[in-house]
Design a protein around this ligand. Structure first.
Ligand code: B12
Ligand code: SF4
Length: 484
């Protein structure tokens, strides 16, 4: 991506709305909107961010005050991706769009990672004027220029719009060879999220070339990795540090897709002597002690491994590119150098059986000082390998059927209820397991910790919070737990 040049037409006033109010595991800073904001400002437009999580004023009040020519809405989450007690955010989106129509004639432009998974369907449901699927910076600037100069926007890569015949068209995204970006971190928004205990995100690459069967990331960001220069990454970390941030989240789908990128980035961070710690997603393959220690010197404090399963049978049918032996090795290495880590696990995907479930649980118990985040069932998304395997079109279904009512794949012979009962039973005695959304007592204790100014990786408090949330007669050691 290359930064846009100033607009041919006059500058516009663009209200950017982040409608995500979901606060698990914490309210997530709207990084995507910061990138879009940076591109619009670089192109000379005037912007204002309204944030559903942190703004005291209503969206209507923001519209009345800012008087936008265009309104951009960011849809990050479609639903909570919980098979048990799912919650869809689509009705909320539709309601926001309806409310905006009553107070403004400005065209509504919808984007974001959630939107990019179901662009045509969400465009139609929300009744917006335009959508942008995939990355938003260049297409948004190009769309504003096209609308202001009266040229047709249909050919702009990623743009979703209604054609003159009334049909919805999606122009294919064109993801350029490089990833270079300058997000604008609005201090007001950044500080408000920090107050809520949120970790600011930073992105060092886009795209993932791997082929996990359920994964939407290659759909959103492309299949080819595009790496950001270490100078840009260091500059952004320096900016975040100047705003008082001391802990960041590397939001790359996988930080270690290429070892040389990890080495260059970490060496640059070390040279810059930044007082900043961070966590990231890693794949377990190809990790060495030297690499981990380099990352640690650059500020790594916590690793989130996207392991998905500890059974080689399930790993293979999930399309993962590593084995349990690599998971074990990476876990032991992390533990040996003193970096905390957790594993995300998906129970019930293709190839899972009661035996592979038990194999995963037994192997989990062998990993030193690990935390586990378990989900049940595999959310089925269009354009993924799982979708291709299931081919729902052959049963007369469409992508829209999978949008508002979240649908999950569960391997034959398994039920969500049985898996949930088995994992909840484990969670009762093992405080290093979180199954689905955290229990209410956990969330309440977390809120109290945040109110007391606790910052940084909440994973470090998981054990304590879990033990607080356990029933008193669960047999777990409760001594030494401070009152919160
Ligand atoms: C990092 C990450 C996390 C981290 C966030 C850490 C942090 N401190 O930021 C953690 C682990 C906490 C997390 C949690 C969750 N996540 Co998450 N996460 C991601 C991930 C990998 C990257 C997000 C990111 O920051 N990208 C970088 C920014 C720059 O990109 P972007 O937001 O997509 O923005 C670009 C475009 O979308 C577009 N754009 C964005 N806004 C707008 C607005 C307009 C107007 C326009 C035109 C364009 C536009 O332009 C931007 C720049 O190019 C994505 C997957 C992915 N690869 O996208 C999932 C993803 C966003 N998460 C997802 C989900 C579901 C969740 C959870 C609900 C999971 C759960 N059950 O707990 C929670 C919700 C958290 C919350 N409170 O909202 C889904 C959302 C879609 C869906 N399926 O519903 C994704 C897409 C993964 C998936 N399963 O498909 N997540
Ligand atoms: S799950 Fe992770 S490694 Fe697999 S395709 Fe998605 S982003 Fe890539």
């Amino acid at each position: 991506m290359i930064l846009p040049s100033p607009p041919a037409a006059a500058p516009a006033r663009v209200l950017l709305a982040n409608i995500n109010r979901y606060d698990q595991p914490y309210p997530v800073y709207p990084l995507g909107l910061a990138y879009v904001d940076g591109a619009l400002r670089a192109a000379g437009h005037a912007t204002w961010i309204w944030d559903a999580c942190t703004d005291a004023a209503s969206l209507e009040e923001a519209v009345a005050k800012f008087q936008p020519d265009f309104i951009g809405l960011s849809l990050r989450n479609i639903d909570t991706v919980q098979c048990v007690n799912p919650h869809s955010f689509v009705p909320e989106l539709v309601e926001y769009c309806r409310r905006l129509r009553t107070v403004s004639h400005a065209p509504l432009i919808l984007g974001g990672s959630g939107f990019s998974i179901f662009p045509k369907e969400l465009f139609a449901l929300a009744g917006v004027d335009y959508g942008i699927a995939g990355e938003g910076e260049l297409p948004f600037v190009a769309l504003l220029a096209a609308l202001r100069s009266g040229t047709g926007p249909e050919a702009i890569p990623g743009v979703v719009c209604r054609s003159s015949t009334g049909s919805v068209s999606v122009s294919p995204c064109r993801l350029s060879g490089v990833f270079s970006g300058a997000p604008f971190h609005e201090p007001r928004v950044l500080q408000a999220y920090a107050q809520h205990g949120s970790l600011p995100g930073i992105q060092t690459q886009r795209g993932c070339p791997l082929k996990c069967c359920y994964c939407t990331y290659p759909v959103i960001e492309g299949r080819r990795s595009r790496f950001r220069s270490s100078d840009e990454i260091v500059d952004e970390l320096r900016q975040l540090s100047a705003h008082g941030m001391r802990y960041a989240f590397f939001v790359d789908s996988v930080f270690n897709t290429k070892t040389s990128h990890v080495v260059e980035t970490c060496e640059a961070i070390i040279r810059a002597k930044l007082d900043m710690q961070w966590e990231c997603f890693l794949r377990p393959g190809g990790i060495t002690k030297d690499l981990l220690q380099l990352m640690q010197r650059a500020g790594l404090r916590h690793i989130e491994f996207g392991a998905d399963s500890f059974s080689d049978t399930a790993l293979d049918s999930y399309g993962k590119s590593f084995t349990f032996e690599e998971i074990r090795e990476a876990s032991q290495l992390a533990n040996s150098v003193g970096v905390q880590y957790s594993h995300f696990l998906i129970f019930g995907g293709p190839g899972e059986t009661p035996d592979t479930v038990e194999e995963t649980l037994a192997r989990a118990a062998t990993l030193p000082a690990a935390f586990f985040f378990a989900t049940i069932g595999m959310r089925i998304y269009p354009d993924t390998d799982l979708w291709k395997q299931l081919a729902p079109e052959q049963q007369g279904e469409t992508a829209a059927d999978y949008l508002v009512d979240p649908r999950f794949y569960l391997a034959p012979g398994l039920t969500a209820e049985a898996l949930h009962a088995r994992l909840r039973e484990l969670q009762q005695t093992a405080s290093n397991w979180i199954v689905g959304d955290p229990p209410a007592a956990f969330s309440n204790a977390l809120t109290k910790l945040r109110q007391r100014g606790v910052r940084g990786p909440m994973r470090e408090y998981v054990d304590l919070l879990q033990r607080l949330a356990m029933p008193p007669n669960s047999g777990r050691e409760r001594r030494g737990i401070p009152a919160v």
